[in-house]
Design a protein around this ligand. Structure first.
Ligand SMILES: Cc1ncc(COP(=O)(O)O)c(C=O)c1O
Length: 427
């Protein structure tokens, strides 16, 4: 088969010789599930093919950007056209204005944004802005939430930080985290007037999927208002995925600052943070909080983002939610019919998968389930049957509008077989 000339294990060997762990982002390694990662050679819609020619139904979707599936034709066209007009200018463009207009039109209260190159940059910059605007130092984050890899925010992080068994991170100085307070998710923390910001994933999607308990987000809003702290929603995953306006619209709770990424760049590197005109005016060149980027607002990334958002109307969100509902029910039933426990908590089209009876409510509970040893067996059983979930128990399951009912049915059939296999092994 043309183009499928390699073997995963040989490429992995070459990769490991030159790239630490063979990957450029730890979450892609098979560190927590064991074995050799598949190396992708191409992708289309709901599917990826590895270099050996194996096809997988893909629930990774680049960890979120692929909301329309891979190689979405309108996005590919927009990116190629943009590339033909020049790849980066170092001067403002119309597409940056159009993307800002589109984002602000969808999210109530979002009045101004700054485009950056990743979710990490978005959150890191939002924290700097919060500190600059309030004149305070302390930030509160929640255990199991992942906000990218900036020093101050790695403490008790979910996703790859948890996946690799790292409790914190070597190389992060005590000074860098001295003003970071970590609280348990789903409990409104006591905060006082030295707090600059409370930073939260409104739906925690980096410790598996943990939904906010009733009143949690409202409680954070009240606590922040009481002491004059800023509430920051990290919507890098939930933004424009949960709903047209993201989690703040979905739950009807408005933060002071939003952070975005993933979906808004359609797979090209991008991030954004924003808030009210008054708050955003603290940013240079208007104010004294410096933030910058050679490639920020890149013409290819903005072209891709605009093409993706143009296809994300109410029909797309309804379809995503229906697919998610079928998948969540199917996975739970597959395990129940084999006599094993699995729960697939779902918010909109975002879902998680835990091998236990009741959905975890915080990181301690998620960790206890993740360490029960079932996930690696589930993961490899599914991969052998042509279905790719993330290689770690702390990631969300990402659906796209390209997934079909047939993809979901094939996934559920595979899960039924894997559930019986897992149970037989445990017996
Ligand atoms: C909620 C959240 N915030 C921030 C980030 C960091 O984004 P990036 O990987 O683009 O730097 C991620 C990445 O997965 C995320 O899930």
């Amino acid at each position: 088969m043309d183009g499928f000339r390699h073997s995963n294990s040989k490429l992995y060997e070459r990769a490991c010789a030159l790239l630490p762990g063979g990957v450029n982002s730890p979450v892609r390694s098979f560190g927590s599930v064991g074995g050799v990662p598949y190396f992708v050679s191409k992708a289309a819609g709901a599917h990826v093919w590895d270099v050996e020619g194996n096809r997988y139904v893909d629930y990774v979707q680049s960890y979120g950007p692929g909301i329309l599936g891979h190689a979405n034709p309108a996005t590919v066209r927009a990116v190629s056209e943009a590339a033909g007009e020049g790849i980066s200018y170092g001067a403002p463009t119309e597409k940056e204005v159009l993307l800002a207009e589109e984002l602000c039109a969808r999210v109530g209260g979002l009045e101004m944004i700054r485009l950056v190159n990743s979710g990490t940059e978005a959150v890191m910059s939002a924290v700097r802005l919060a500190r600059g605007a309030t004149g305070r130092d302390k930030i509160v984050k929640f255990a199991g939430c992942y906000h990218g890899h900036s020093d101050a925010l790695l403490a008790a992080g979910g996703s790859g930080v948890a996946n690799q068994g790292l409790s914190g991170c070597e190389g992060v100085t005590a000074g860098a985290v001295a003003d970071t307070v970590v609280a348990p998710y789903n409990v409104v923390p006591e905060i006082d007037d030295d707090t600059a910001a409370v930073l939260v994933e409104p739906v925690a999607a980096n410790m598996g999927l943990v939904a906010p308990a009733d009143g949690f987000l409202e409680g954070l809003r009240e606590a922040c208002d009481r002491v004059g702290a800023l509430l920051v929603f990290d919507e890098v995953i939930t933004g424009f995925r949960l709903d047209s306006g993201g989690a703040s619209e979905f739950y009807g709770v408005r933060p002071d600052l939003w952070c975005f990424g993933k979906v808004i760049g359609g797979g090209l590197p991008i991030g954004a943070f924003g808030g009210s005109r008054e708050l955003m005016s603290h940013l240079a060149p208007l104010g004294g909080v410096y933030q910058a980027g050679t490639l920020s607002g890149n013409p290819l990334a903005t072209a891709a983002g605009l093409a993706v958002l143009a296809q994300l109307g109410s029909g797309a969100y309804k379809r995503l939610e229906l697919l998610a509902e079928r998948l969540a029910e199917g996975l739970e039933k597959a395990f129940a019919s084999a006599g094993a426990s699995a729960v697939a908590p779902r918010v909109g089209s975002l879902l998680g998968l835990f091998f236990c009876a009741d959905p975890p409510r915080n990181f301690d509970e998620a960790q206890a389930v993740a360490s029960n040893g079932t996930y690696p067996r589930f993961f490899h059983g599914m991969l052998q049957r042509g279905v790719a979930f993330a290689p770690g128990p702390y990631e969300a399951v990402f659906l796209s509008t390209s997934h079909t009912d047939a993809d979901i049915s094939a996934t559920i059939t595979a899960a039924e077989e894997v559930a019986r296999e897992v149970l037989a092994e445990s017996a």
